[in-house]
Design a protein around this ligand. Structure first.
Ligand code: HEC
Ligand code: HEC
Length: 226
């Protein structure tokens, strides 16, 4: 074993741990949530709907109509069986809105999704996010047990700090529980390549320390969660 290399790796791991702790301090995370995620007309409408039941009903029915257009790929209520296509059922609404904005302004790249999401009005985007968030994600059973166990250990060390103990995320943090392992792996690889297809300072730092085997294990683990 090359001791220099081992020391270097350990140092990197320690630095990552320290940086993650800082990023996950509640104050830091909520400061990000209010500046980057919780503002703008779409969020205003979602907040308004929380205190106006008739508006909530109206937005949800708009969302259901939008979802009918997306159903071909994402499935009837956000559950689908394609490994390339994310499950949207049960996803956190603020995260969905933030991703919609990222596609539209180019921080996340997928020409097709950009076109679809650009075509939605403020109320349709808010309704779409509320509609999917209210659906139940179907679990992805039959993940290989050994991978799941390896993934559980890795998740508990690194991912839990932001995505939560049950992998259901938080307002601005995506739910990973029940997500397709293929889509999780592809996403992690895009963050790792820093190819501009996805961008997130937090995730770029996390994946810079991950091997492909660790990515596969953690993908199987989160997929297996209800
Ligand atoms: C032709 C298939 C297709 C259709 C139709 C489609 N999508 Fe997608 N969608 C995808 C794929 C594939 C991805 C993953 C792309 C990527 O990695 O960025 C995606 C990603 C997303 C994401 C990001 C999810 C996440 O977990 O980060 C959102 C939000 C989304 N789609 C919403 C919609 C909405 C709303 C509609 C309908 C207006 C729609 N999509 C229609 C294929 C489709
Ligand atoms: C420091 C906080 C933090 C940590 C730790 C973290 N994540 Fe994330 N993760 C995020 C944020 C923020 C996003 C949203 C990124 C974006 O906007 O594209 C995200 C997004 C993701 C996505 C994309 C979800 C989707 O629906 O497209 C996956 C997959 C993911 N993380 C997996 C992991 C895994 C696996 C780990 C542990 C190895 C991990 N994350 C650790 C903050 C974190």
């Amino acid at each position: 074993m090359n001791l220099d290399l081992a020391a270097h790796t350990l140092k990197q791991k320690l630095t990552l741990g320290a940086m993650l702790m800082v990023l996950c301090l509640p104050g830091v995370v909520s400061a990000q949530a209010t500046t980057a995620v919780g503002t703008g007309p779409i969020h205003d409408r979602m907040r308004e709907a929380q205190t106006r039941p008739e508006l909530e009903k109206q937005l949800l029915s708009k969302g259901r109509r939008v979802a009918a257009v997306c159903a071909n790929c994402h499935g009837d209520r956000g559950n689908n069986s394609s490994e390339d296509t994310p499950v949207l059922a049960g996803q956190n609404p603020n995260y969905l809105v933030e991703q919609a904005r990222k596609y539209v302004d180019g921080r996340r790249r997928n020409m097709f999704m950009e076109g679809m999401l650009k075509a939605l009005s403020v109320d349709e985007t808010a309704g779409m996010a509320m509609f999917y968030a209210a659906q139940k994600a179907e679990p992805q059973p039959n993940q290989p047990a050994q991978l799941v166990e390896k993934g559980r250990a890795y998740y508990g060390k690194v991912c839990v700090a932001c995505h939560g103990p049950d992998a259901r995320g938080a307002a601005h943090m995506p739910r990973l529980a029940g997500q397709h392992p293929g889509y999780v792996l592809t996403s992690l690889k895009h963050f790792a390549k820093r190819d501009g297809i996805r961008s997130s300072p937090e995730m770029e730092m996390v994946v810079s320390q991950m091997s492909e085997a660790e990515m596969r294990a953690v993908a199987a683990y989160v997929a297996s969660l209800p």
